[in-house]
Design a protein around this ligand. Structure first.
Ligand code: ATP
Ligand code: MG
Length: 283
């Protein structure tokens, strides 16, 4: 198999409706427009993101590849590695349920983006997601995932410092917030994306910043200065006991040696030292 030199950007939050698909579709499109070979990979059995991407002719490819059962994980990972050898960025839209797709993504992802709307800050789903992120960090032997909480749907005039203080308890760095853009709501129904026309200019700017952050993290070039400033709000990870990994995969409780631990073993066997996309492939 050719070397998997691409970067996996997993968009995860177990809180349903937190903005994962919206983020994944537009980010993949913007990365494509910025000259990267990008693909949106939809692992949600509902396929919303995939159908949307196909409909709007996103400047990125799109595929759907749900992973419902742990027994299919090996094949799924091999397919993912195939995509990572073809593309600079695979933007993975995940379902809101814990299972092998989320577990694999946390074990394999280079960048993990967790969209957090203000209303979801205290919600159990986000906390659970970040517990699994910490478990995955412990299980990984190679470079840990680069995690960013992405505050989304932040309305004009929202008290950002209060929001950041609330998010700080999660112990993960923040990306610059994405605003509340009511015009995004009809994108799927209207068959458009933020690159389609000028009515999305504001949202477009925010997604450009997010794409720059992802590029900076993925290529090792560092983060854009604005993001670096925002990250001053970080606090050290909370000293919490990491939950057993076996919680991560269905059926794992009955067979603790399978499930997430099995995926961790698989991950360790994957080729090490994969390269980094160093420049956009244009034209
Ligand atoms: N920045 C934003 N501004 C305004 N509306 C947004 C924004 N991001 C997402 N939304 C809206 O929030 C709703 C949920 O978004 P989305 O479907 O992307 O969430 P999800 O996490 O993928 O949901 P699910 O868990 O069902 O897969 C949609 O109606 C979407 O249009
Ligand atoms: Mg979704």
């Amino acid at each position: 198999m050719p070397e998997a030199t691409g970067r996996l950007v997993a968009v995860a939050n177990l809180k349903g409706g937190s903005g994962k698909s919206t983020l994944a579709v537009h980010l993949a499109g913007v990365l494509g427009e910025r000259g990267w070979r990008a693909i949106l990979l939809d692992a949600d059995p509902q396929h919303t993101a995939y159908l949307w991407a196909k409909r709007v002719r996103l400047p990125a490819d799109a595929e759907r590849q749900p992973l419902g059962s742990i027994v299919d994980a090996r094949r799924w990972v091999v397919q993912l590695l195939g995509l990572l050898s073809e593309y600079d960025f695979v933007v993975l839209d995940l379902p809101s349920v814990i299972g092998p797709a989320v577990a694999s993504a946390l074990l394999l992802g280079h960048v993990v983006l967790v969209p957090v709307p203000p209303a979801a800050v205290d919600v159990e789903g986000t906390q659970r997601t970040l517990r699994y992120v910490r478990s995955a960090r412990e299980a990984r032997t190679g470079a840990p995932p680069m995690v960013r909480l992405v505050p989304v749907r932040i309305a004009n005039g929202h008290d950002l410092s209060a929001l950041c203080a609330r998010l700080a308890v999660f112990g993960e760095p923040l990306a610059l917030p994405l605003g509340e853009y009511p015009e995004l709501a009809a994108c799927f129904a209207d068959g458009v994306w933020i690159g389609s026309d000028s009515r999305f200019a504001l949202a477009r700017q925010a997604f450009d910043r997010l794409a720059q952050l992802v590029e900076g993290l993925a290529t090792g070039a560092g983060e854009p200065p604005l993001v670096a400033r925002a990250r001053r709000l970080e606090v050290p990870p909370a000293a919490k006991t990491v939950r057993p990994l076996r919680h991560l995969a269905p059926g794992a409780a009955a067979t603790p040696r399978r499930g997430f631990a099995w995926l961790a073993t698989l991950w360790r066997r994957l080729p090490k030292g994969t390269g980094r996309p160093s420049a956009p492939v244009r034209g």
